[in-house]
Design a protein. Structure first.
Length: 434
C-alpha cells in the first residue's frame, strides 16, 4: 500500500506540473516573454506524454480484464511493484476491480451449488431441457424414475417409450401430462409438469417427473370399493324380494291371486335390475367423441330450448359471443342437459326466486371455461364427495349416472368437469375444454 501511495503522489505531481506549466505558458504568452516559452513547451509536452502513457496503460489493462472475464479467466493480477511501479496506483484499482469480480463469481458458484443441492434433494425428478431436446441438467431422481443411467437428449428415451419422448417435446408450459409405458420390471405411470425459463439468452423448459403408480393404485382400489358397494346394494335390493316371494310361491298351494301378485313383483324387480344393468353399460361404453367445430352460443340456445325451466330464471353470457369449440356436439349437449336438469330440480322449490346462470369465457391459456351455476342451496358434503360416482343418487327413482357420464364425456374430450363452488348462495359446475 505504501508503493501505491508513492505512485499516486507521482501521478498527482504530474497533474500539478501540467496545470502549472499550462498556466506559465499562458502567462508568458500574455506578457510577451517568449524566451522561456520553448523550455516550458518541452516540459509541458513531456508531462502530457507521461500522462498519456498512464492512460494508455490503464486502457490496455482494462481491455485485458474484459477479455479475461469473457473467457472466464480470473487468474490474472497486475504488478504493483518493480518496473511498472509508476503504474501501481492504476494497477491497484484494477486489482480491486478483479477482487470484486472474484467475489461475485464465488457467490454465483455458491448459489449454483445450493440450487444443485436442492435439485438433488428433491423427491421428484427434475430435468432442464433445451428447445432442441438436449438435456442441460437433471437430478438422480429423474434418472431413477426413467430407468436410465444417464441422459443427454430426450430422443434417448425413445427405446423406452416413443410416447414419453414425444410428450416431453410437446408438453406446453404450465400444463400436466400423464404418460404410461411398460418396462421389463413393471408398468410405469408418470406425471409430467412443464415450466419455461430463460438463462444466458436461451429458452429452457423445466420438466418435473413424478411416479403416480401408487396414487393411481390407491384411487383405483377406492373406486372399486365404491362401485362394489353400490352394485352390491342394488343387486341385493333386487334379489332379496325375489328370493322372499319365490319362497312364498313355493308354498302358496295353488293360490292363483298370490301367484299372480308374486309373478308381477318378480317381473317388476327383474325389470328394474335390467334397467340398472343398462345404466351400467351406458357408463362403461361411452363412444369416442366425433369432434367438429361449432359455435358454443348456438349449442347453448339449442340445449336450453329442450328444457322446461318453469318459473326459474335463466341468464346466459357467452364471452365472446362467437366462441367456437371443437367437440362432439351431441355429447356436449348431453352434458349440458344433465347439469341443467339437476340445477332446475335444485331451484324448483324456490319458484321465481330460483336462478340458473350459464357463463363462459376464454382463459389466458386459450381453453374455454363454461360455468353452469344455480342458487338452489348448498350440496351436502357427503353428496358432493360422491357427485361423480356412478349409480350414487339421493333422488327417488334416480339412476345416479348423469354426472358420472358427463364427467367421462368431458374427460374423453381432454377436458375437466368439477364442482367449482358450493355454498348456500351459489353452486357452480365448471367445464374446461381445449
Amino acid at each position: 500500500m505504501k508503493q501505491g501511495k508513492l505512485s499516486f503522489s507521482r501521478l498527482a505531481v504530474l497533474v500539478v506540473l501540467l496545470i502549472m506549466l499550462s498556466a506559465a505558458a499562458g502567462w508568458f504568452l500574455a506578457n510577451g516573454q517568449h524566451g522561456l516559452l520553448p523550455l516550458v513547451s518541452v516540459l509541458l509536452l513531456f508531462v502530457v506524454w507521461k500522462l498519456v502513457g498512464v492512460y494508455r496503460k490503464f486502457i490496455k489493462n482494462l481491455n485485458f480484464i474484459f477479455h479475461a472475464v469473457r473467457n472466464n479467466d480470473y487468474s490474472f493480477r497486475f504488478a504493483t511493484r518493480g518496473g511498472n511501479s509508476r503504474f501501481s496506483v492504476v494497477n491497484y484499482s484494477l486489482n480491486s476491480i478483479k477482487e470484486v469480480l472474484d467475489d461475485a463469481k464465488l457467490k454465483v458458484a455458491e448459489k449454483e451449488r445450493y440450487f444443485e443441492a436442492v435439485i438433488e434433494c428433491a423427491n421428484i425428478g427434475i430435468m432442464i431441457v433445451h428447445e432442441n431436446g438436449a438435456v442441460a441438467r437433471n437430478n438422480k431422481k429423474a434418472l431413477a424414475l426413467l430407468g436410465v443411467p444417464m441422459l443427454s437428449h430426450i430422443n434417448r428415451l425413445r427405446p423406452l417409450s416413443d410416447e414419453l419422448a414425444d410428450t416431453m417435446f410437446a408438453i406446453p408450459p404450465g400444463e400436466q401430462r400423464i404418460v404410461r409405458f411398460s418396462t421389463e420390471a413393471s408398468d410405469v405411470c408418470l406425471l409430467l409438469n412443464c415450466s419455461l425459463m430463460n438463462h444466458d439468452g436461451h429458452s429452457l423448459r423445466v420438466i418435473t417427473i413424478e411416479n403416480i403408480n401408487r396414487e393411481l393404485d390407491i384411487q383405483e382400489v377406492l373406486s372399486w370399493e365404491k362401485l362394489t358397494r353400490i352394485l352390491t346394494h342394488e343387486i341385493m335390493n333386487s334379489l332379496a324380494p325375489v328370493t322372499s316371494i319365490s319362497n312364498t310361491l313355493l308354498h302358496c298351494n295353488n293360490d292363483d291371486v298370490t301367484l299372480q301378485q308374486g309373478l308381477e313383483t318378480i317381473h317388476s324387480t327383474s325389470d328394474r335390475l335390467m334397467r340398472f344393468i343398462d345404466s351400467f353399460r351406458t357408463v362403461t361404453r361411452i363412444p369416442l367423441p366425433q369432434k367438429q367445430a361449432f359455435y358454443l352460443l348456438g349449442l347453448v340456445k339449442e340445449t336450453v330450448a329442450l328444457m322446461n325451466f318453469g318459473q326459474v330464471k335463466l341468464n346466459v353470457s357467452v364471452q365472446p359471443a362467437d366462441t367456437i369449440i371443437y367437440a362432439d356436439r351431441d355429447q356436449i349437449s348431453q352434458v349440458f342437459l344433465n347439469i341443467l336438469k339437476n340445477a332446475v330440480e335444485a331451484c324448483s322449490a324456490m319458484g321465481s326466486e330460483g336462478c340458473i346462470e350459464i357463463r363462459s369465457h376464454i382463459a389466458p391459456d386459450e381453453r374455454v371455461h363454461i360455468e353452469i351455476g344455480n342458487n338452489g342451496g348448498v350440496v351436502p358434503s357427503e353428496v358432493a364427495e360422491n357427485l361423480f360416482t356412478p349409480f350414487y343418487t339421493t333422488k327417488q327413482g334416480g339412476s345416479g349416472i348423469g354426472l358420472a357420464v358427463s364427467k367421462q364425456i368431458i374427460r374423453l374430450h381432454g377436458g375437466s368437469l368439477q364442482l367449482a363452488h358450493n355454498s348456500d348462495e351459489s353452486v357452480v359446475f365448471l367445464i374446461v375444454l381445449d
